[in-house]
Design a protein around this ligand. Sequence first.
Ligand code: HEM
Length: 419
Amino acid sequence: MTNEVPREKVLDNSLSLLKEGYLFIQNRCRQFQSDIFQTRLMGEKVTCISGEEAAKVFYDNERFQRKGASPKRVQKTLFGEKAIQSMDGEAHKHRKLLFMSLMTPDGVKKLGELTTVQWQDRVGKWEQMERVVLFDEAQEILCRVACEWAGVPLKEAEVKQRASDFGAMVDAFGAVGPRHWEGRKARKRAEAWIEEIIEQIRNEKLDSPEGTAAYAMAWHRELDGKTLDKHMAAVELINVLRPLVAIATYITFGALALHEHPECRQKVTKDNQDYTAMLVQEIRRFYPFGPFLGARVRNDFTWNGNQFRKGQLVLLDVYGTNHDSRLWEQPDEFRPERFRNWKGGLFDLIPQGGGDYYQTHRCPGEWVTIEAMKVSMAFLTNQIEYDVPLSEQDLSYSLVRMPSLPKSRFIISNVRRKT
Ligand code: HEM
């Protein structure tokens, strides 16, 4: 027996997607009382699925592939063309090992230490400033951290432009028009810069230490024994640098959480490591970042009585799954303590994808993201004090604009070191 998948009777729903943003899939799942429905986006029939069971099936490599799933406009801004995100099978697993090889316990720890040092380094400057825009500062801090961690030289004079370029690539993902074109320009500039770095490493003009991302990308060998071409090595190195800078978004949402939930700040201040870890998980679950993920059906199959046809585009609802009331009690409340008894499921908390790191497309940067967030939350609570001038800013954030961020990018003033 097969089911009739609920279907929207529309010619094309791309405009509604732009108007409803993060809630697009959830709204329709509620309307149809179903974890699955069909719609049309960008002129194509698309199946949307939501929830833990949906995530499980979405990460089944036998059923789904990534080839042909991400639109060119996203590849030309966010991911880079023909990079790991659109690979499948053995070639993908081999490429994934390259990224995972960077995520050793020492590597993760080092990233946290570099992040703390960079935060501490800025306090003197902020003490002299009337207002500090936290998101902008966090992007620059993380750009310095990312480059140092990855073995990419970065001159102080370059920091602003490079940080802003990495930011623009991320900011372009849900955009049409100027924001999209800014992302493309930013990617071109970053690719030219990083290609040059790869060349210098290969010509031994730049000594990039073994174990760094720059070294790994420059010397990685594909399954056929060949090194990546210069362009692809640069694209994959940018796939490390850009998302490290993007952690600024979570840190800014984290600062908002500390502001709106002063009890959380107090608990972090008591330096309760377990609490800080729960706080970070709740920030990643609660606040919007990636709205959904796309894959194409690899072979016909039936799931819960619903037929999936080879080639069909399927979107997994990331935001909706992180706010699914079957998984999260009162999902629209910010409650770090919910993670006290969390079993650590592979398919319920999916802000950075789900499944096994080595077998699927789940984000290889999840551990470093968590580490950078933990030390940043600890820094903001334990090492400095600041005011949040409400009359000068709008702290609200949109669930329509993708990616989202507190509108004023979180302004702080009267920054001082805690004694
Ligand atoms: C993949 C989110 C940080 C590198 C992904 C995916 C998501 C994601 C949703 C797609 C999973 C899928 O396609 O199934 C995030 C968020 C981050 C973050 C929200 C925090 C800001 C990082 C960091 C790195 C990184 C710090 C590297 C150091 C990658 C790479 C992929 C990926 C290379 C592609 C993996 C693959 O296709 O196998 N990320 N990520 N990300 N992420 Fe992250």
